[in-house]
Design a protein around this ligand. Structure first.
Ligand code: ADP
Length: 397
């Protein structure tokens, strides 16, 4: 089955056309600056060249139209007609408490996604525009919504409730939801497969370390805790997000700096994390490593604070599960940053983790990076959220 996977943001749209049977990525690409001057599409057909072209895209319908034109183009296309696209899988950021798994999109599903939009005001409306644009241009093609929050819906109340008056949970559904669920689900499933065990029989900690980053604890085959919260701001120190802080900091700084709560949250989301901690060096770990190398102390501090936080979460989730069998690193930094992985593992001696330093030199591959006699196994497993979305879409339609 050919599945078009769509990840639609407010001014961008990422896509992949995947053959869910052969697991082939037939084409992938990105539309940028939708609705702004200078919009462009970058398209890469399988085995072909990556090409960027300026195309006017005043709205998302125009963007989806441009994507479909590329996919069916006589030279850079990969299918001859739209009939060869069997279904569309949409990445939806927030499913609230309504969605614990992926669903076929119906009018009721769209309404329910709208209803939880105030929990993700930057993301869900953009995701919905992506659904509507596809429905307009591909009428009758089945579509599936795959939620970032769904995998975490199995968390028990003790893990998802905040220590706030209970009425806020009842009235507004303020609680921990967690994100990157498709990745945590895929990676925890994949590691069980690699180890030749059932996921149900393993205690797994997944460290999804990208620009956005989160850790999850998976036990009895289900997510029992995760570090992101009501929004993706909580938990680890990230590229530009602060992660856990004392909530009183917001009020304190708002007063000192004459800012509104909204402006403070914006700073916590976009100007904090390793970018902010390093005094503005970069949110990108390659730049930070280069700066550290050339003696930049703040870059070094930012990287230490970042790995320390990951190590603390691993400790917390080991306690939550009363043990851990396997720790998995994934996403941009987790898959590629050898030094960051080594630094995190340097905290795990108490668990009996011993590092295989040669194996840890690998980037972007499935590899065991602990030694054969390590008490807890540590692995790198590259995530593939698009493939997971395509598989779930194919299964549902
Ligand atoms: P997101 O999907 O949240 O935007 P990614 O998972 O793509 O983030 O991760 C981006 C991060 O991965 C960047 O900080 C980047 O430095 C890091 N990264 C990607 N490739 C490499 C590499 N080869 N070596 C070190 N770090 C890398």
């Amino acid at each position: 089955m050919n599945i078009l996977v769509i990840n639609c943001g407010s001014s961008s749209l990422k896509y992949q056309l995947i053959d869910s049977d052969s697991k082939d990525v037939l084409a992938k690409g990105l539309c940028e600056r939708i609705g702004i001057e200078g919009s462009q599409i970058t398209h890469t057909p399988k085995g072909g060249e990556k090409k960027t072209e300026q195309i006017p895209m005043p709205d998302h319908v125009a963007a989806v139209d441009a994507v479909l034109a590329k996919l069916t183009d006589a030279t850079v296309g990969v299918v001859t007609s739209l009939d060869q696209i069997d279904a569309v899988g949409h990445r939806i950021v927030h499913g609230g408490e309504k969605f614990a798994s992926s669903v076929v999109i119906t009018d009721e599903v769209i309404k329910a996604i709208e209803e939880v939009s105030d929990l993700a005001p930057l993301h869900n409306p953009a995701n919905l525009i992506g659904i509507r644009s596809c429905q307009k241009l591909m009428p009758g093609v089945p579509m599936v919504a795959v939620f970032d929050t769904a995998f975490h819906q199995t968390m028990p109340k003790k893990a998802y409730l905040y220590g706030l008056p209970y009425e806020y949970y009842e009235k507004y559904k303020v609680r921990r939801y967690g994100f990157h669920g498709t990745s945590h689900d895929y990676v925890s499933g994949r590691i069980a497969q690699i180890l030749g065990k059932k996921r149900e029989d393993l205690k797994i900690i997944v460290c999804h370390l990208g620009n956005g980053a989160s850790v999850s604890a998976v036990m009895n085959g289900e997510c029992v805790d995760t570090s992101m919260g009501l929004t993706p701001l909580e938990g680890l120190i990230m590229g530009t997000r602060c992660g856990d802080i004392d909530p009183a900091v917001i009020g304190f700084l708002a007063q000192k700096e004459g800012k509104t709560a909204e402006e403070m949250i914006d700073i916590c989301n976009k100007k904090s994390g390793v970018l902010g901690l390093s005094g503005g060096v970069s949110s990108d770990f390659r730049d930070l490593a280069a700066a550290e190398e050339s003696g930049n102390e703040l870059a070094s501090t930012a990287l230490s604070a970042w790995s320390y936080r990951v190590a603390k979460y691993i400790g917390a989730y080991t306690a939550a599960m009363n043990g851990v069998d396997v720790i998995v690193f994934t996403a941009g930094v987790g898959e590629n940053n050898i030094t960051a992985r080594a630094e995190i593992m340097s905290y795990l001696g108490y668990l009996g983790v011993t590092v295989n330093e040669d194996a840890n030199c690998v980037r972007g591959e499935e590899v065991e990076i602990s030694t054969a006699d390590s008490n807890v196994k540590v692995w790198v497993v590259p995530t593939d959220e698009e493939m997971a979305i395509a598989e779930q879409t194919a299964a549902l339609v």
